[in-house]
Ligand binder design. Structure first.
Ligand SMILES: [Zn+2]
Length: 268
């Protein structure tokens, strides 16, 4: 059975990517989606994927914090340029958790919408960040997602899903899957754990969001993809599965969404 798949992790400038990838393989992972979010992070995601073809897949995109710094047009151009190497667009989305004013929120929405439209055009799923912005996230997804990907339930993942359960109920019909991060293992996450058995089984993903959110029992450490096995173990417990079965479920679901990119000759 395939091992757990880390559906959302970040590589940063200065990371020892070969060591992180080797430890992920040693931990039994079957793969990962290396996710960007701004220019340097996007380069790191592409480099990780190039270093481990078929094991590390890449997503490039511009996160809500980039709104106002990167125009929707420039974001779309960068994604289009990287498109042949991408399994997804991300991370993209909305984050209203820092008291953004109306103009800042509007800029986030424009950046998110442009990238969703391009993902639809390219036929790529998205890795989506949504914080304190559930209604606007849902509205823009309804407007911009590719109908074909929605039908195939390949529209993307809502990364770092923390509930509430009714948000998942609203987004599941839009073809979204739900990424469970290390938060699932935290002592104070009873409400999230209670919501998990109601999620559609074929839409459940695990992720680290590394280098943040190290799961129990590794909290406080710098997180890395190998740590996703601890989140998958808690998922197994919640679903009444063996650990290997939960890991395989996460891999099956992730690979339905994020398809490996065919290898290209060097230099092309
Ligand atoms: Zn992230």
């Amino acid at each position: 059975m395939p091992g757990a798949f880390d559906s959302h992790c970040h590589f940063e400038p200065g990371d020892d990517a070969p060591a992180l990838l080797a430890r992920a393989r040693a931990a039994g992972l079957s793969g990962m989606l290396a996710v960007g979010g701004e220019a340097a992070a996007n380069r790191c995601a592409l480099a990780a994927a190039a270093a481990a073809p078929g094991f590390a897949l890449a997503a490039v995109g511009f996160e809500p914090g980039e709104a106002g710094r990167v125009s929707p047009e420039a974001a779309a151009a960068a994604i289009r340029e990287a498109a042949p190497r991408l399994a997804a667009v991300g991370e993209i989305g909305l984050d209203y958790s820092r008291g953004e004013d109306a103009a800042a929120r509007a800029a986030q929405r424009a950046l998110f919408a442009a990238q969703l439209s391009l993902a639809a055009e390219l036929g790529l799923p998205c890795s989506i960040h949504s914080r304190d912005a559930a209604d606007d996230t849902e509205a823009i997804l309804r407007e911009r997602l590719s109908p074909a990907l929605v039908r195939e339930a390949r529209a993307g993942s809502l990364h770092c899903f923390v509930g509430p359960a009714d948000f998942a109920e609203r987004l599941a019909p839009l073809g979204l899957s739900f990424g469970l991060s290390g938060i699932l293992t935290f002592r104070n996450a009873d409400a999230l754990r209670a919501a998990v058995p109601a999620l559609p089984r074929d839409r459940i993903l695990v992720e680290t969001d590394s280098p943040w959110l190290a799961p129990v029992p590794l909290r406080g450490r710098r997180c890395e993809p190998a740590f996703v096995v601890h989140t998958a173990a808690v998922l197994a417990h919640l679903l009444g599965l063996e650990e290997e079965e939960a890991a395989a479920l996460s891999a099956r679901n992730a690979l339905r969404l994020f398809r490996p990119v065919p290898a290209r000759p060097q230099g092309v």
